[in-house]
Ligand binder design. Structure first.
Ligand code: LLP
Length: 436
């Protein structure tokens, strides 16, 4: 369920017409529905009721502080992959003991930050990372709780860029090697083994890959528990798919139903690291038509949002529905919806049937709550879009549109040193003679 609906021919987010937000805040603008966020979180939570569980919202999907604080208030924890994401989670007051930390390239500095913050656990992705965590924890005089991220080698049917559970992926530890790495972990003085983690991919639209991988992970947990390893957490990762074009996808309760037998039997607390299912259909990108244009056989709508705002179509060939924010009876046409960036790969939609839109008209790019603003950039020195959160009949700008000063913050103009002496001080002689 989501809260983007037509009322009297106008697309609304909850009770606010998109047109009003666009007029007041400008375009392109991301618009999020707070009610949808909470509804999705609660549905997920309800589905897994009956099992001890913790939902760690995957911060990478949308890390806006207003999104994080809304979910924190619902009781969510966080799944993080960097010191920056930890900083954001702590900034909104998320309980550190509900934070889990994945990622194959954690630096010693990030590990120290996480240990000092007393996060719940690290999802460890290699044996060498385990040793670094043990060393840093030892230096701080604390114990690091860990789960190993195992790779169950199942095909989740996701786009190759977002499938993570196959053996050739860079993520996790081969399921065959897991027992021996757990054995090594048990010997480390500053590490406490508490869990098993998997994440098999994103935008998965069937429960089957989960059923398959959880059966494998469940067997591993049984063997570990039989060996006397106190596994208390099974982290099933994220990846629950959402409808991008009104297709049928499983509901949270379908996943819960399929997985409850194995998970319940384990006696473990279940951790879910869900991003897209919570936030994906809680957001849209509003953009205005700048120009209509024809080249050869092709028709283009040039809009004011571009690949720097929403890269998913360019990067993955992803489909995002596009609808006019104000309905009008017009004939349909087939167009590419493209942005102002100087790349042929800059498009939001290709060969799309849309009702004819004129310059100045407002369009909504749907299902743009997850991996959308979060993956935006300043390419072509474009200012990143504003973000707005709607709650009932009112809205708040939760991230200002960047201004030109934001674009150059931290940069320096190169200043030529004044005389010859100054130049030699700045450029020491690297042939061994010191400064000339
Ligand atoms: N846990 C781990 C370890 C992950 O790597 C991810 C996502 C998640 C949880 C959350 O997955 P979700 O529930 O959101 O599917 N940029 C891509 C998606 C990349 C997903 C990366 N990892 C896209 O736009 O489709």
């Amino acid at each position: 369920m989501h809260e983007f609906k037509f009322l009297d021919g106008e697309l609304h987010c909850e009770d606010v017409p998109l047109r009003r937000i666009a007029e007041e805040v400008g375009t392109p603008v991301y618009i999020y529905s707070r009610r949808t966020l909470r509804d999705h979180y609660r549905k997920l939570d309800e589905a897994f009721s009956g099992l001890p569980h913790l939902i760690c919202y995957s911060v990478k999907a949308n890390s806006n502080l207003a999104v994080l604080s809304t979910l924190a208030a619902e009781g969510a924890g966080a799944d993080i992959v960097s010191g920056g994401e930890l900083f954001r989670a702590l900034r909104v007051g998320m309980a550190a003991d509900k934070v889990v930390y994945a990622g194959i390239g954690k630096t010693a500095e990030e590990i120290e930050y996480a240990l000092r913050s007393r996060i719940l656990m690290f999802n460890v992705e290699s044996e060498t990372e385990l040793y670094v965590i043990d060393r840093v924890a030892g230096e701080l005089g604390v114990k690091a709780r860990i789960a190993l991220r195992v790779n169950p080698d199942v095909d989740a049917g996701a786009h190759p860029y977002i499938a993570t559970g196959l053996r050739e992926a860079k993520f996790g530890i081969d399921i065959e090697e897991a027992l021996s790495v757990y054995g090594h972990a048990a010997l480390l003085p500053n590490v406490e083994v508490v869990g098993v983690h998997q994440h098999i991919g994103s935008q998965i639209t069937s429960v089957e890959p989960f059923r398959e991988s959880i059966a494998i992970v469940g067997e591993l947990v049984k063997r570990l528990q039989a060996n006397g390893t106190a596994i208390r957490f099974i982290n099933i990762g994220g990846g629950f798919g959402i409808p991008y074009r009104q297709e049928e996808v499983p509901y949270p309760r379908d996943y819960a139903q399929a997985l409850k037998p194995v998970l319940g039997e384990s006696g473990c607390t279940v951790i879910l690291e869900i991003g897209r299912m919570i936030v994906g259909n809680a957001g849209i990108l509003a953009t205005r038509v700048l120009y209509r244009k024809h080249t050869g056989e092709k028709g283009f709508l040039v809009v004011d949002a571009a690949m720097n705002d929403l890269i998913r179509p360019s990067l993955y060939g992803s489909y995002h529905e596009i609808v006019p924010a104000v309905k009008a009876e017009r004939e349909e046409e087939i167009v590419d919806v493209v942005g102002p960036v100087c790349e042929s790969g800059d498009f939001l939609a290709r060969d799309r049937a849309l009702s004819r839109a004129e310059p100045g008209e407002l369009l909504a790019v749907m299902s743009a709550g997850a991996y959308s603003f979060a993956m935006s950039s300043n390419y072509n020195s474009r200012r990143r879009a504003a973000e707005v959160m709607v709650d009932g009949g009112s809205f708040v700008v939760v991230r200002e549109r960047e201004d030109y000063e934001d674009l150059v913050r931290g940069e320096r103009v190169w200043v030529e040193p004044a005389g010859e002496d100054a130049a030699s001080v700045l450029q020491p002689d690297i042939t061994g003679g010191g400064t000339a």
